[in-house]
Design a protein around this ligand. Structure first.
Ligand SMILES: [Zn+2]
Length: 770
């Protein structure tokens, strides 16, 4: 074989070998050097540590940092690797020195490890310090230098170096030993931490402390000698004490971090939480929790959301203190827990009905006993007002008129409104919720409640003169404005029937709610900048007497509003609103006769959303014909037309009148009919056939001398109607198919029989029983 060919093959072999070696070299460094589990870490909006949870392997290892604080960088470089900024991963001068020292000593005394090599070493786990391993570290270190900048390598090192005990990395060490972030460490503190990775056991208390102090001061002297700190700085730094017992990690916004890591795993969460406000809010909740505990109410949650960003400013998923051995559910984040809504959804129904034009703010809604299938709602104070303005239904949170409103609006449609408004837990159909949907029949989450009110506030904030706001919401800006206006004021009679006054410096639109059985107390409030939502109750669902939204949640809510920065009020979305004239008494659009006889009176005007329709004109004012002395009603058969007095009279349907009169002493009942007109009365839709007004009924007595009861009867203009029968305050039952007969056993005395149909038509009769 010719020699030239040999040479060529040798060349190819060498080049191939070099190429393979180069490829091996380039590929030798793993893509991710460190893959150890990290802590879940929560920071506030200004970067303050709010809380941290230990990593899955039991180490305090914070997520890696990108940059190393300058003081620590100078300390670690001075202490470990003073030519770090100049070498290529291996420091030949240090290697030469180490070889000389080791040869003189006859054993390995100095490793000549650069920070880059130590970073590699940390990434390869706890391996024996052999010459072979050293060489591998050196090769990989040069490779790491090719991949990363010096600052990046330093950050890798600082993130993963051991700092004694179960503390890994600079950020966790700064918090654990000094209770603050690494950026805020002094020279003495930075120097203390810089000497630890080389001898982590020194952090343990005992005799080590002298050695740790000596090492720290040695480093401070070196820093001084290098001109990094001056003599005075050095002297003062040496006076600083060594760290004592490890600091516990903060647990501010505890439940927020728990909830975030459930969804997003263990990592760093830079949140929108305002550190100062969060701390003050937690103190407020703890104070209230102590008082609530005396009534067996153990849990409170509060959420404050920035209207413009949609992000939480305060997040208290529950109270934390006083849990002791019995946690009382305080580990649960109630902000995300579905709970019965109570009355908190009523304002959305009010707004939706304003938008479609089926109600007006002052329009009377019947507040009389209501029965539908097996559903017989009661107002909180178990009384009826007969008829109440729609705005009072939400201001006073009346249940029975709310149910009537929902029945008119439609359960299915309202479910659509709620879903569109962001209530993610309202997933079932109308047949499941029924009319109780408006009274707490559905479960909602505090975060969704806050979000719905936030979007309402944002709708007004973003409203411009040209038209609608930017976002889509099931209510118009006009309807939200009208609804919010009804919900302002710090004093109002509420659920428990008492007047509650709150000390608030802010104007707030707010609504409370109390669920069935006093299990959940809610309060939510809106300003142009913030939404505050509060829940109080027991996580295990136990109801407590007196637990109401007004009594428990609202005081917390107002305390939270009072620590928030002041805000103005919403401007009027003028293009969304129109002014209409209404009857001062009924709130319906004013009719020709509403003001008859009162020439000085003017109709009321209200601002309402533009709507496709309006309620009928006032149906309650009607012209009545009276005898000249106004003592009775007359007709042309019993009184000459010329002598009749014609007067506009406000007349409520009988059942409403019965209840309305109790709370409205100024209500004037119609004078009785002229005797000759009796018999033509009751020409309404429902006619009560038996008993007649004022009669005395006697029920037959059976042989065992027990009453057999009496049978009432009535007729309805519509043969398909269903009638609901009430004797005084008790519900007797319903009748249909044109057969309207109802048996009852009235006790001796005076009684009121009230019959209603599904359309709200009512007939009533007062009679005596014996
Ligand atoms: Zn009227």
């Amino acid at each position: 074989m010719p020699k030239g060919k040999d040479k060529k093959w040798v060349k190819i072999a060498i080049i191939s070998t070099l190429a393979v070696l180069l490829a091996c070299y380039l590929a030798c460094l793993p893509r991710h050097l460190f893959q150890s589990p990290v802590c879940a870490v929560l920071e506030s909006s200004d970067g303050t540590l709010l809380g941290a949870r230990i990593a899955a392997d039991g180490q305090w290892r914070f997520p890696a940092i990108d940059t190393v604080p300058e003081k620590f960088a100078k300390c670690i470089i001075t202490f470990e690797d003073k030519r770090f900024r100049r070498h290529f991963g291996v420091d030949p001068l240090a290697v030469g020195r180490a070889l000389r020292m080791n040869a003189a000593a006859g054993k390995v005394r100095s490793g000549a490890s650069t920070i880059t090599m130590q970073t590699i070493r940390l990434s390869r786990g706890d391996r024996d310090r052999t010459i072979g391993e050293k060489i591998i570290e050196a090769i990989l270190a040069t490779r790491l230098e090719l991949r990363c900048s010096k600052d990046k390598i330093l950050a890798l090192y600082a993130s993963n170096a051991p700092f004694g005990s179960n503390v890994i990395g600079l950020p966790a060490a700064a918090w654990r030993y000094f209770g603050r972030s690494a950026d805020e460490l002094s020279w003495a503190e930075s120097a203390t931490l810089a000497v630890l990775p080389n001898a982590p056991a020194l952090i343990h208390p005992g005799k080590n402390r002298d050695r740790l102090l000596a090492k720290r001061n040695f480093l401070l002297d070196k820093l001084c000698a290098a001109g990094i700190i001056d003599l005075e700085e050095c002297r003062l730094a040496k006076d600083e004490p060594l760290p004592g017992k490890p600091h516990p990690m903060p647990e501010t916004a505890y439940h927020y971090l728990e909830t975030l890591r459930l969804e997003g795993g263990d990592r760093l969460y830079r949140s929108s939480i305002d550190y100062g406000l969060q701390r003050r809010a937690e103190a407020i909740l703890e104070r209230h929790a102590e008082a609530f505990a005396t009534n067996g109410v153990n849990n409170i949650a509060a959420l404050v959301v920035d209207v413009h960003t949609g992000k939480p400013v305060i997040y208290c998923g529950n109270v934390r203190s006083g849990a002791g051995e019995n946690l009382n559910g305080r580990e649960v984040d109630v902000i995300r827990a579905p709970r019965s809504s109570g009355s908190t959804l009523k304002p959305l129904l009010y707004g939706a009905m304003l938008d479609e034009g089926s109600i007006l703010p002052g329009m009377l809604i019947a507040d009389t006993p209501f029965h539908y299938k097996d559903f017989s709602p009661n107002n909180f104070n178990r009384t009826f007002d007969g008829a109440v303005p729609a705005r009072d239904v939400i201001r006073r949170s009346l249940n029975v008129p709310s149910v009537r409103m929902l029945q008119e609006y439609g359960i299915d449609r309202f479910i659509g409104v709620l879903r569109e408004a962001g209530f993610t837990t309202i997933t079932r159909g109308a047949e499941v919720y029924g009319l109780s949907l408006i009274l707490g029949g559905a479960e909602i989450r505090l975060c969704d409640l806050a979000e719905a009110y936030r979007r309402m506030a944002l709708l007004l904030d973003e409203y411009d003169a040209q038209g609608r706001g930017k976002q889509v919401f099931p209510l118009s800006a006009g309807a939200v404005w009208c609804t919010f206006n009804e919900l302002t004021g710090v004093t109002r009679p509420e659920e428990e029937g008492d007047w509650q006054s709150f000390n608030s410096v802010r104007k707030v639109a707010w609504k409370t709610g109390t669920s069935y059985g006093n299990r959940d107390a809610w309060s939510v409030g809106a300003t142009p900048d913030y939404i505050v939502a509060v829940w109080a109750g027991n996580c295990d669902g136990e109801g407590r007497p007196l637990l109401t939204g007004v009594g428990y949640a609202a005081p917390v809510m107002f305390d939270l509003f009072n620590i928030l920065p002041p805000t103005g009020w919403f401007s009027v979305p003028e293009n969304d609103l129109v002014e209409i004239a209404v009857c001062p008494q009924s709130g319906h659009p004013v009719s020709d006769i509403c003001l008859e006889g009162h020439p000085e009176a003017a109709p009321d005007t209200v601002l309402v959303p533009r709507a496709p329709r309006r309620p009928d004109v006032c149906p309650y004012h009607r012209i009545v014909h009276l005898s000249p002395d106004r003592s009775c009603q007359v007709d042309s058969d019993c009184c000459p037309v010329a002598e009749m007095v014609n007067e506009s009279w406000f007349v409520l349907p009988p059942a409403q009148e019965w209840y309305y009169m109790r709370s409205h002493s100024d209500y004037r009942r119609l004078p009785p009919l002229h005797p000759s007109m009796k018999g033509s009365a009751g020409s309404g839709i429902i006619d009560i056939i038996y008993p007649q007004g004022g009669m005395t009924v006697a029920s037959p007595v059976a042989l065992d001398s027990r009453s057999r009861g009496v049978v009432f009867s009535a007729a309805h203009a519509d043969p398909d109607a269903t009638l609901y029968w009430h004797l005084d305050d008790s519900y007797l039952g319903s009748t249909s198919h044109g057969q309207h007969k109802m048996k009852a056993v009235p006790s001796p005395g005076s009684h009121l029989l009230v019959i209603t149909d599904t359309n709200g038509n009512t007939a009533s009769v007062r009679f005596e029983a014996r």
